[in-house]
Design a protein around this ligand. Structure first.
Ligand code: IVH
Length: 716
């Protein structure tokens, strides 16, 4: 038998001489350039991803060992210049919103029912849906102008994302240039970037060997790979992209969602092969079942399926309710569960002093993720009692040593859903909830009062700003991505500055640089001249901040990002907001009523704002901070709409639109739609059959419009 020649094993990069390296570098550079062209421009790769990756890896290894070989001609430089520092922010031409969730079949039926009612469809009119797997990755918006990829942006907060164009150009599923003719001049193609499960496991192996970050799941590793400052690293991590939606389009190439998906394919994108057109709710539910059955065999993570009304003209009519469309829904899969042993219970003190008992587990894999911690919520939950006193787990309190069933659903923190009493060891230890805070002050713990005035289940430290746990948690929130977003000032750094006594309150962050003559941060281990300079630059870059971020960053209880945005939009400027808060804290009824009239603001928020601004210590914190930063005025949306800020009531039968449609349009134009007429109402739009509301309008002297008059008013 003739001997087959074994392929020659290449010399280890570590053993290459400089001359050998130079020759191989040149050869690989040419080879990579050819493959890049085949891949990006012609979309006709001639080698497998794995072979390409291998070439890239070896090429990078040579450049790492012999950096003098790197030139501007090198393929490692051509994917785009590495963005310096942080990624540039990109404002989405059309916001990137999210989907509402359905869990039960009933929710899907309700969804279809709502659509039929909204569109006033006849009973026998069929609604076609595009049914697609819900990929558990990162959504991405790709902007093409004149057919060329110009920007790739992450979702970010939906309004503004990060520019990751250089990195996205390394994905083979993303064409640099759209294929086909008669392309709309502007095309924003949206979809999901993901990493296959196999690639994720292989990457983690490599990371482990190199002592680098281990990723929790494919979604995190895809995110980590995309956020690389160096596109060659992204290029070395195999990421995929499925196109499924669009943003701004200067022309529409199709009339349906399924037509758009076909068009994406013509343009050179990959779309998910499991996507189907369904003609009834029954078909949707069968689709859900079939995808769930295939879920574990798929090489990418999915967390449900998505249904979208196929007709785009209907999608347009249906529009959005706050941040989610009426025309689409995510039908999630039930949470994944696993069994493990609870080894300990620790108490975490949050920013507002609330206690969260955290269960420490024997590590266990759930849905591809290793889980070591579970939230145990509160004292009652551990005892097996619900927040209204109802029995959650009859006779099954949670004890250290117990075998517990844990559940993980999407990004939600894992939870204990059951305790297996049969497996309880004799030495299992009952947990005694602490009566004092673990902070050095050992302040008393109280159970928080709930809306009804009764004792709630959440325990809180009464130390407020005297409790170091609360102060540090607030500082962490303050510097975090969602608030001041200070690069290089993560939780670890905040903890360090706090422990040193260098940063005790937010304003101290902004005076760090001025105090550095004495502090000498560059002499601290882990910091050098450059990183200190970068940190101070990053802090300086945040001296100007949007009002909503500033309000959120104050860390008031019950004032999350959405509430902060509502407040910012309501008051427009920091001075107006601050003024109002001081009045609210003093019990000024007019100021309270004004705040109460704002969309999404109610009693709980007002009480919390009053408590915050009623406290001298907080006023000091705010005053010192506002000296350091410039707070931008909030964008007052839809100022030029004739009905902006007006209150409208619809009554009677509307003939040209459904009630829901009328409400949605009014809200889109900045009006508030109310169900009852008062002296605060600006317009009552009355159709045939209007009754008591019409009388109320006359009583309060409110202007009454016919449907046509209304349409004329909003058309102006
Ligand atoms: S359509 C208006 N289709 O799910 C939102 N989203 O909760 C339009 N996702 O942010 C999104 N697969 O990251 C859509 N086939 C699919 C999807 C999908 C995954 C993600 C996406 C989005 C989130 C919505």
């Amino acid at each position: 038998m003739p001997k087959t020649a074994k392929p020659k094993k290449p010399v280890d990069v570590a053993d290459l001489t400089k001359a050998q390296a130079k020759v191989e570098w040149k050869r690989l550079a040419l080879e990579l350039e050819t493959h890049d062209r085949l891949y990006y421009q012609d979309d006709a790769p001639k080698i497998s991803d794995a072979d390409y990756d291998e070439l890239r890896r070896r090429f990078n290894a040579i450049e790492t060992r012999f950096p003098e070989l790197v030139s501007s001609e090198s393929p490692s430089q051509k994917v785009g210049a590495a963005p310096s520092g942080r990624f540039r922010k990109v404002r989405h031409a059309v916001p990137m919103l999210s989907l509402d969730n359905a869990f039960a079949e009933e929710d899907v039926r309700d969804f279809a029912g709502r659509i039929a009612r909204f569109l006033k469809l006849a009973d026998d009119e069929r609604i076609d849906f595009s049914a697609e797997p819900k990929i558990d990755g990162l959504s991405m918006s790709l902007r093409y102008e004149g057919g060329e990829l110009v920007t790739a942006a992450t979702r970010g907060d939906g309004t503004e994302g990060e520019d990751v164009t250089a990195n996205i150009r390394t994905l083979k599923d993303v064409p640099q240039k759209l294929h086909g003719r008669n392309l709309p001049d502007i095309c924003e193609v949206r979809g999901e970037v993901y990493m296959t499960k196999q690639a994720f496991l292989a990457l983690n192996e490599r990371q482990k060997e190199a002592g680098d970050t281990i990723f929790a799941n494919p979604r995190n590793s895809a995110a980590g790979s995309l956020r690389q400052k160096d596109p060659t690293i992204t290029a070395s991590r195999p990421l995929g992209f499925f196109a499924y939606a669009w943003g701004e389009m200067s022309g529409m190439p199709a009339e349906t969602q399924s037509g758009m998906i076909k068009w994406f394919e013509h343009c050179g994108f990959t779309t998910n092969p499991l996507t189907r057109l369904c003609h009834s709710v029954e078909e949707l539910i069968a689709f859900h079942r079939s995808i769930e059955e295939q879920r574990s065999e798929l090489d990418y993570d999915i967390d449900g399926v998505v249904y979208k009304v196929d007709r785009i003209d209907w999608q347009e009519r249906l529009g959005f309710v706050s941040r989610t469309p009426r025309w689409g829904i995510a039908h999630k899969f039930p949470a994944e569960r696993a069994m493990t042993v609870l080894k300990d219970i620790e108490i975490q003190v949050g920013r507002t002093g609330s206690f969260t008992p955290v269960g420490k587990l024997e590590p266990v894999g759930v849905g591809g993720v290793i889980v070591q911690n579970v939230t145990l919520h509160n004292e009652d939950y551990i005892k097996g009692i619900g927040n209204k006193g109802e029995v959650l787990r009859e006779g099954r309190d949670i004890r250290v040593g117990d075998t517990v069933v844990i559940q993980r659903a999407g990004d939600v923190i894992p939870q204990v859903v059951d305790v297996l009493i049969d497996k309880r060891p004799a030495d299992a230890v009952e947990f005694h909830f602490p009566k004092t805070c673990p902070c050095p002050l050992h302040t008393d713990v109280v159970r928080e009062e709930i809306a009804t005035g009764e004792e709630g289940s959440r325990a809180r430290c009464t130390g407020e700003f005297a409790c170091p746990y609360q102060r540090i948690e607030h500082l962490k929130l303050f510097a975090s991505r969602r608030a001041f977003d200070i690069d290089g000032l993560g939780e670890k750094q905040i903890q360090f500055f706090f422990d040193q006594g260098w940063v005790k309150e937010p304003a101290d962050i902004f005076t760090l640089a001025a105090r550095n003559r004495e502090l000498r941060l560059e002499e601290v281990e882990g910091y050098g001249e450059t990183s200190v300079r970068n940190l101070f630059n990053a802090i300086d870059a945040r001296r100007e901040i949007a009002l909503e971020r500033f309000i959120f960053a104050l860390g008031m209880r019950h004032v999350g990002e959405t509430t902060a945005l509502a407040l910012a939009r309501g008051y427009g400027s920091w001075d107006a907001f601050h003024d109002a808060c001081l009045k609210v804290a003093k019990g000024d009824e007019e100021a309270i009523a004004e705040m109460d009239a704002l969309d999404q603001i109610g009693d709980t928020v007002i009480k919390s704002i009053a408590a915050y601004f009623g406290e001298d210590h907080n006023l000091g914190i705010v005053e010192r901070l506002t000296k350091e930063v410039k707070i931008q005025d909030a964008e007052k949306p839809k100022r030029n709409s004739p009905i902006a800020t007006k209150t409208v009531v619809f009554t009677g039968t509307l003939e040209k639109m459904t009630r829901d449609e009328a409400k949605a349009t009014a809200e889109r134009l900045g009006a508030k739609v109310s169900g009852s007429v008062s002296k605060k109402t600006d317009y009552v739009v009355a159709g045939p059959g209007a009754g008591s509301k019409l009388k109320d309008a006359q009583k309060h002297g409110v202007q009454v419009l016919t449907e046509d008059e209304w349409l004329q008013l909003i058309a102006e």
